[in-house]
Design a binder for this molecule. Structure first.
Ligand code: FES
Ligand code: FE
Length: 457
């Protein structure tokens, strides 16, 4: 007998509360909600799996997750990328037993069915005796419904009715361009992802990276005190909050004018930023990147991006640009595994890459100063979310910052890029956008993709 409120009930509360900036806390801990998310969100949306630079050579593979399910992301002999459900077609045994590697075939450990890097069944022990006469075709590893890359970021979806990736990303492509397409060379990852488990709900990460800049002055105050971040807190609240398209939100810390002193291009060194050009992006995009100190954003549901100037030790190293990409992998209503990659522009020198990696490790990683600050409060959000008190008291969370008549944030009409844009980052429309699309995905009929327009359009 299930205990607690049903997902249906909580989603109704969400729909009723969202226009007033209220979200039921139980969404961050409810079991039934979580089971629905695995099916309706992770079972349908485009989910980030890997960066192409992780599987550069033919036969390179990494083992990744969509929701809680394992998928092999593998480069085949022709150079194509396949995303294969890691389950043998004979009895469903897990076929791929390493996190990453290079191989020509995957051989199931149970009876030895063997698949190539396209997932085709190519043989099994004692084939003639056991299966002579049976077709190998149609008995291969099952692929994801769709696979696509954007700037080397590999996504897949299990839903054949999902729109093409570029359409799903919508306005977010304009903003991904100005981080990942700043020069002709592009971006690579620096090694395998770091992984760590937190007793928190995956949505706390997505919520935070959608543009929770307001927490910096309180939670991360000590990080300023050691000089890890070169923009003063109040000045860092200047910038834009952008609902790039339904579900996908981001935030820029930006100087009010072009010639303001302070970091440009997320704090990357000038020798590198000289190579940033319009070979892949527009002059408008280049201009926005130039003025940006911080880019933080989330692609629905659980892929986050952060670029900013950082140092692990302000006394000994000046801040430098770092770029981290991460996923919030659900492991239950009260547990998330963070997968965290550091990226670098391919044309950075080995010293620049090393510097960016160390600055990243010291701040946004398992033992990093920022990360450790963030994880503790998120643990208590999920504790609140699964509490009896939250249920019986009908406990709502306040997401009203920047709503009409509240605070100083103002809608911006003059802006070169797509989306709904606000000036100053005292604003939580970016998070309401996340939860508004979340609600639509959670309630969409199977096979039918939810409406892709903004509420106020
Ligand atoms: Fe894989 Fe039998 S389960 S070969
Ligand atoms: Fe934080």
């Amino acid at each position: 007998q299930p205990v607690g409120l049903s997902a249906d009930h909580l989603l109704r509360q969400l729909d009723e509360g969202l226009p007033a900036g209220e979200i039921p806390a139980a969404l961050f801990g409810n079991e039934d909600v979580y089971r629905h998310e695995l099916r309706s969100v992770f079972g349908r949306c485009w989910v980030f799996l890997a960066h192409e630079s992780e599987i550069e050579a033919r036969g390179d593979y990494v083992l990744r997750k969509i929701g809680e399910d394992n998928f092999v992301v593998v480069r085949d002999e022709e150079g194509g990328i396949n995303v294969l459900f890691d389950a043998c077609r004979h009895r469903g045994v897990q076929v791929c037993r390493a996190d990453s590697g290079n191989t020509s075939h995957f051989r199931c450990p149970y009876h030895g069915w063997t698949y190539n890097t396209k997932g085709d069944l190519v043989g099994a022990p004692l084939w003639r005796n056991a299966f002579g006469g049976m077709s190998k075709e149609g008995n291969g590893l099952v692929p994801a419904a769709k696979v696509a890359s954007y700037h080397g970021l590999v996504f897949a979806t299990l839903d054949p009715s999902a729109p093409p990736l570029a359409e799903y990303l919508g306005g977010m492509t304009w903003y991904l361009d100005l981080v990942f397409g700043l020069n002709a060379e592009g971006v690579e990852v620096l090694g395998p992802p770091q992984r760590f488990v937190i007793d928190a709900n995956w949505k706390s990460g997505a919520d935070n990276f959608s543009g929770d800049d307001y927490h910096l002055g309180t939670l991360h105050r000590s990080v300023w005190e050691i000089g890890a971040f070169p923009v003063p807190f109040r000045e860092n609240m200047l910038g834009y909050h952008i609902q790039a398209s339904p579900g996908h939100s981001l935030s820029f810390s930006m100087a009010p004018t072009e010639d303001e002193p302070g970091p440009k291009f997320f704090g990357y060194p000038e020798e590198l930023t000289k190579t940033f050009d319009t070979s892949r992006i527009s002059a408008h995009q280049l201009d926005v990147a130039r003025r940006s100190r911080v880019f933080v954003g989330n692609v629905f549901p659980n892929f986050s991006i952060l670029a900013l100037p950082m140092t692990e030790d302000g006394a000994n190293h000046p801040p430098t640009g770092i770029l981290t990409i991460r996923t919030w992998q659900p492991k239950g209503p009260g547990q998330v595994e963070v997968w965290n990659w550091f990226c670098a522009y391919k044309n950075m020198t080995p010293e620049q890459k090393d510097r960016a990696y160390k600055a990243g490790l010291g701040t946004f990683s398992m033992g990093g100063s920022f990360e450790m600050d963030d994880t503790e409060p998120w643990i208590t959000v999920s504790r609140t979310g699964r509490s009896v008190a939250a249920e019986v008291l009908d406990f709502k969370l306040n997401y009203q910052m920047g709503m009409p008549g509240i605070g100083i944030a103002k809608r911006v009409e003059e802006w070169p890029g797509p989306g709904i844009v606000y000036w100053t980052r005292y604003e939580e429309g970016v998070q309401r956008n996340l939860f508004s699309f979340y609600s639509r995905m959670m309630q969409a009929a199977p096979g039918q993709w939810p409406d892709f327009t903004f509420d106020d359009e």
